[in-house]
Design a protein around this ligand. Structure first.
Ligand SMILES: [Zn+2]
Length: 470
């Protein structure tokens, strides 16, 4: 690693007087790739097939994908629907990619561009490129070739796979793009959902080249929830495979029409997709992308990475904001601690609560009452059960005779003739007219009867004079 940094620094000093890291002008990724290649759709070395200018498919992969090939003139004939079969490659185990750079092939500067591109992929993901050793059967070999070509992902063949870099492909952006293929990326314009974002102008596509615009199916691709990206380094330009110079890809968002295919760096969504593909979030990290604002995701450092240039760190958010419950609201006047158990017994309570553990874990529920909003407010005791009945034998008679209104008999009748004397309702109200919180008088004097009326009506009816006049 250290030597790579030294190499990069040395090259930064040298590059200025030698070679360009990026081509001059407003040239697109696909134009560079096209100009650098021979135009053949066959890799004469091993019979692999090249599609979309730079994707290497084995014949098996190709046949599964397209159909037959006419070897005589290197054109595709009768493309058929992709059949359901193994397609493309695999992910690199544990995100480790053994690699080597073919010797006597690249200039010092060109090697440094390869190292720059590798360094970018490593910086923004958990991927680790290490120099291949004798025991590495599977490895990426950066090599010269007839174009800028790469397989998709780790090939199923148990052996080396090549990222071919013809002399005119040896720019950092192209290498970033080709490594993207080797990691498992297809071209952005072939995403299954591309029709929601671009129109393909078939009438402008070169004869027999329409297959380069076939859409992938979700069977072989996974967006990992990352939306379509006009700024992806894997996107081709608006005139890719054009036969007349007119647009073949028209962006629905017109702001990107002349920009697609011309981004030279990994985009935020490229980075996010790679992080998702290779599951870069550490196992010990319990946050999820839902803890990040916007399109943010949890990066390899267990922190939120948000859209930036290309990314920036952003704060975690609580995805489970306390919901309003019938428990006491969280105003300062609430009496949550009456029962003396409204505390978090563990410092991690708030953390656990954000992951919904209050409901899924009895331990958390019992030990994190504060964070779980499960403080037991002193519940008003149920009103006394008042059996509204007459116990006396002649109540109805007494009532009709007007005895209920005679003070002299009142307590006798309350006791024995509640129903007949019509006292049930008023007694029931009296039954509720009490304080259920020893702090009620103090709270009432603070003005809580008005400011926190919901709680006070439930718990401090007496101190708040909320009892119905009898
Ligand atoms: Zn490509």
């Amino acid at each position: 690693m250290a030597w790579r940094i030294v190499t990069i620094i040395l090259n930064m000093l040298i590059v200025g007087i030698c070679c360009l890291e990026e081509p001059e002008g407003d040239i697109s990724i696909d134009e560079i790739i096209r100009n650098a290649s021979t135009g053949s759709v066959i890799d004469n070395r091993n019979g692999d097939v090249i599609v979309e200018y730079d994707l290497v498919l084995s014949l098996d992969e190709y046949e599964a994908h397209y159909g037959n090939i006419n070897y005589k003139d290197n054109t595709i004939i009768s493309p058929r629907k992709a059949v359901k079969s193994d397609h493309g490659g695999l992910l690199w185990p544990n995100g480790v990619i053994p690699y080597e750079i073919a010797s006597n092939t690249f200039s010092y500067q060109q090697r440094s561009y390869i190292e720059y591109a590798i360094a970018d992929w490593e910086r923004y993901t958990c991927l680790h490129f290490r120099k291949a050793n004798y025991n590495d059967k599977r490895k990426v070999v950066f090599s010269n070739g007839n174009g800028c070509w790469s397989n998709i992902g780790m090939t199923r063949n148990y052996g080396p796979q090549y990222v071919y870099l013809a002399p005119n492909c040896r720019y950092k952006s192209i290498i970033l793009h080709e490594i993207g293929h080797a990691l498992g990326f297809f071209h952005e314009h072939t995403r299954p959902d591309r029709d929601d974002f671009v129109y393909i102008q078939e009438e402008n596509v070169m004869y027999n080249q329409l297959y380069n615009f076939r859409k992938n199916t979700w069977y072989v691709t996974d967006s990992h929830g990352v939306p379509y990206d006009y700024t992806s380094i894997m996107h081709y330009s608006d005139t890719a495979f054009s036969r007349n110079g007119a647009s073949t890809i028209v962006t629905k968002n017109r702001n990107y029409q002349s920009r697609i295919g011309k981004y030279r760096q990994l985009s935020f969504r490229d980075i996010k997709a790679a992080n998702k593909m290779y599951q870069c979030k550490p196992n010990w990290c319990k946050y999820t992308d839902y803890n990040c604002p916007g399109e943010g995701f949890i990066g390899k450092d267990c922190k939120c990475w948000c859209v930036g240039t290309p990314y920036k760190q952003c704060g975690l958010i609580n995805v489970y904001p306390p919901t309003t419950t019938t428990l006491r609201p969280t105003t300062t006047t609430v009496r949550p601690t009456t029962a003396g158990n409204c505390v978090d017994k563990y410092s991690l309570c708030n953390y656990w609560s954000t992951f919904g553990r209050c409901t899924s874990s009895l331990f958390v529920k019992n030990n994190c009452k504060k964070s779980c909003n499960s403080c037991s407010v002193t519940t008003p005791p149920p009103p006394p059960v008042i059996i509204c009945a007459d116990s006396g034998k002649h109540c109805e008679y007494w009532s009709n005779a007007g005895f209920c209104q005679i003070t002299k008999y009142k307590w006798f009748l309350i006791k024995n003739c509640m129903r007949s004397c019509g006292l049930c309702n008023s007694l029931a109200r009296e039954g509720k007219c009490q304080d259920n919180d020893i702090e009620c008088p103090k709270l009432a004097s603070k003005g809580d009867c008005e400011n926190n009326s919901e709680y006070m009506e439930a718990s401090c009816r007496k101190s708040c004079n909320m009892c119905s006049p009898n």
